[in-house]
Design a protein around this ligand. Structure first.
Ligand code: ATP
Ligand code: MG
Length: 266
């Protein structure tokens, strides 16, 4: 058995082969001891670790394990999962919306980190909790998918009243920027959560499209667990990326890129 483990800030992602089949597994970082116990209880296996918490995991393992830098693992994993989807692109941007967001340019079989933003999946959960008291991720994304951003976000067309705006009036002029002091008590959890997801989605796609100019490619591959069960985030990111002239692609099992990449080094 060969196992790749990506221990990130929020979730531990595991990719392994069993009877020649690729399998995936994930656990919250709070259960890092449970993951170590699972690995320690396995028979003969080869292990490669990556991610910010790989050092903590390593200290809990009774088996030998290799280690690879997170960005390299992600790059390898994206290549692997992309070819599994039957795609053959070699130049593209990768935006990993994890706890935070990291952006990479892939060219000539190597990756360069172009930058990132602190607005990511951690922001989605943290801001959602502060605004609504909801703390369960699945509950946040379920409620958000039923909400409207109409009353909370300020669009360009709201500012350009009775006048043709120089850019699309449908663009967000200001996330949470609408005149909402007088209605703040009546806003629903669904509306607030949808607007948080709008803020995260528009920020990561805007930064990605700007970074794509440095990368000689208009293809932006989005990965990271923030897209799990989150059709609203996908929709915001997809439409904003297209609106800004790039092509979005959501990689199948993309949240396991780091784990898969680590596994492929074995
Ligand atoms: P980083 O790469 O920044 O160190 P990470 O690898 O842990 O972090 P991901 O696993 O890619 O990050 O994404 C974490 C985000 O995914 C969370 O912030 C949250 O928005 C979302 N998420 C998806 N499923 C869950 C879940 N079951 N529990 C908590 N967060 C989840
Ligand atoms: Mg990660």
């Amino acid at each position: 058995m060969i196992i790749g483990i990506d221990a990130g800030g929020t979730l531990i992602k595991i990719a392994y082969t069993e009877n020649g089949q690729l399998q995936f597994k994930k656990s919250p970082i709070a259960d890092i001891e449970g993951v170590a116990k699972w690995v320690n209880g396995l028979g003969d296996c080869e292990i490669c670790l990556t991610g910010g918490k790989s050092g903590v995991l390593r200290s809990l393992l009774t088996k030998q394990a290799k280690e690879i830098v997170e960005f390299e693992a992600t790059h390898r994993g994206v290549q692997f999962l992309l070819s599994k989807m039957g795609r053959s692109e070699t130049t593209y941007l990768v935006t990993n919306v994890g706890t935070g967001t990291s952006i990479h340019c892939i060219q000539n079989d190597s990756q360069e980190r172009l930058g990132g933003t602190g607005v990511g999946g951690g922001t989605l959960v943290g801001l959602s909790h502060l605004l609504t008291g909801v703390s369960d991720y699945e509950e946040i994304v379920r409620l958000a998918s039923k909400g409207s951003r109409e009353r909370i976000d300020l669009k360009v067309k709201h500012i350009y009243e009775g006048k043709e705006p120089p850019i699309s009036g449908e663009l967000t002029a200001s996330n949470f920027g609408n005149d909402l002091f007088s209605i703040s008590d009546e806003l629903t959890k669904e509306e607030l959560l949808a607007t948080v997801i709008g803020l995260v989605g528009e920020t990561v796609s805007t930064v990605s499209v700007q970074a794509a100019r440095q990368c000689d490619s208009s293809l932006v591959i989005y990965i990271g667990s923030s897209f799990i069960h989150n059709p609203l985030l996908k929709e915001v990111v997809e439409s904003y990326t297209i609106l800004r002239g790039s092509t979005p692609l959501f990689l199948e099992n993309g949240e396991f890129s780091g784990a898969v990449g680590a596994m492929t080094t074995l």
